[in-house]
Write a protein that binds this ligand. Structure first.
Ligand code: NAD
Ligand code: IPM
Ligand code: MN
Length: 367
């Protein structure tokens, strides 16, 4: 049988730097675990704009549709900030999500023991934290019509529309309930039903889907309170289901519970393909980090953990995903730190590549 196929879209800024470490990890699994992938690479974001004048070429889009999984680094950067909106790097990423119909964005936030001291929150608030945010990714205010900047009464008006169909809310809810069933059977749905009709519908539909998952304890929370509760007492949550924009914000917030944005992976999943695997893209939650790009300082762990999610969710290799996550836990416990994981007491941080080296050494030791 042919090897499973991976398309790597490293993107901009620190994207290619962290993806280099993932490529070494992929090679390790091929060499040491007999788990080989057919890997191809292409451009996305500013890098694609520089070559093609668009942030995602149609050929790249077609490739993304045909592979078993896409691995994405990050897109964007100051060089592209003044481009026309339609060709900004972020449009390339949004096109991938929309056209691949990746409606369920899984953003786990796990606090590794070794980093519990490092979070900006008190240790006992975050130690042992393990939550999963399920963010609806293909609808809501990111894609709703009408949108644009228009003139009205000689004044510019910026318009975006929050729009959700019940089918969109429902399929994401099913993904969230399924995850809750595999975890601690606890789901909190977050919206703003107090001010938004889309929030009222959200709450209704999630409550209806709950009938199919009676074992799951379901609660509802306004998203602003959810943000506050996430920093007050994050361990009250297990799975959180929320919309596209709230999910974007709440997951950055959850990132800091784990110590750094450089630690948070994600999986974006769609419908099953003919081979039974879900359409899928894996990417770190962080962006292109222009402030540290090109300096070898970036933490590659979010991107490497995203590959672990690929092993688990696309390739049914849960044990190998566990192995990779355990290797990361080991190096952190041994004190390996990139600059973003260092406190005010300082020390000499590892470079991106040195962190990759340490993880590869821990993988070797796991055999
Ligand atoms: P960012 O996530 O790029 O950076 C925020 C802060 O976190 C910066 O100080 C950065 O140095 C730090 N950081 C992020 N990742 C890190 C890592 N792996 N290791 C160490 N430090 C890390 O967010 P931003 O500055 O708001 O956005 C920069 C650009 O990235 C923008 O163009 C934005 O649109 C884009 N962006 C892309 C994605 C994506 O591709 N998925 C996600 C978020 C932002
Ligand atoms: C993310 C990013 C993206 C988003 C941007 C870059 C389009 O912030 O993946 O969290 O807003 O979804
Ligand atoms: Mn974001």
């Amino acid at each position: 049988m042919a090897n499973p196929s991976l398309l790597i879209l490293a993107g901009d800024g620190i994207g290619p730097e962290v993806m280099n470490e993932v490529k070494r990890i992929i090679d390790w699994f091929g060499a040491k675990r007999d788990l080989a992938f057919d890997v191809s690479e292409d451009l996305v974001g500013g890098a694609a704009y520089d070559k093609h004048g668009v942030p995602l070429h149609d050929d790249t889009m077609a490739k993304a549709q045909s592979v078993d999984a896409v691995l994405l680094g990050a897109v964007g950067g100051p060089a592209y900030d003044n481009l026309d909106f339609s060709v900004k790097p972020e449009r390339g990423l949004l096109r991938l999500r929309k056209e691949m119909d990746l409606f369920a964005n899984l953003r786990p936030a796990q606090c590794f023991d070794a980093l519990a001291d490092f979070s900006s929150l008190k240790k006992d608030i975050v130690a042992g934290l393990d939550i999963m945010i399920v963010r609806e990714l293909t609808s809501g205010v990111y894609f709703g019509e009408p949108r644009g900047i228009h003139m009205e009464d000689n004044m510019r008006v910026g318009i975006n529309t929050q729009r959700y169909t019940e089918a969109e809310i429902e399929r994401g809810a099913r993904a969230a309930f399924e995850l809750a069933m595999k975890r601690n059977k606890k789901l909190c749905s977050m919206e703003k039903a107090n001010v938004m009709e889309s929030g009222i519908l959200w709450r209704d539909v999630v409550t209806e889907v709950h009938r199919d998952y009676p074992e799951v304890a379901l609660s509802h929370m306004y998203a602003d309170n959810g943000a506050m509760q996430l920093v007050r007492a994050p361990k009250q949550f297990d799975v959180i289901y929320t919309d596209n924009l709230f999910g974007d914000i709440l997951s950055d917030c959850a990132a800091m519970l784990t110590g750094s944005l450089g630690m948070l992976p994600s999986a974006s999943l769609g419908l099953p393909m003919a081979n039974g695997r879900p359409k899928a893209m894996y990417e770190p939650v962080h962006g292109s980090a222009p402030d540290i790009a090109g300096q070898g300082k970036a933490n590659p762990i979010a991107c490497i953990l995203s590959f672990a999610m690929a092993l688990r969710y696309s390739f049914d290799q849960g044990a190998e995903a566990d192995r990779l996550e355990a290797a990361i836990e080991t190096v952190l416990a041994d004190g390996a730190r990139t600059a973003d994981l260092m406190g005010p007491e300082g020390g000499v941080p590892l470079s991106t590549t040195q962190m990759g080296d340490a993880i590869l050494t821990a993988l070797d030791a796991s055999l």
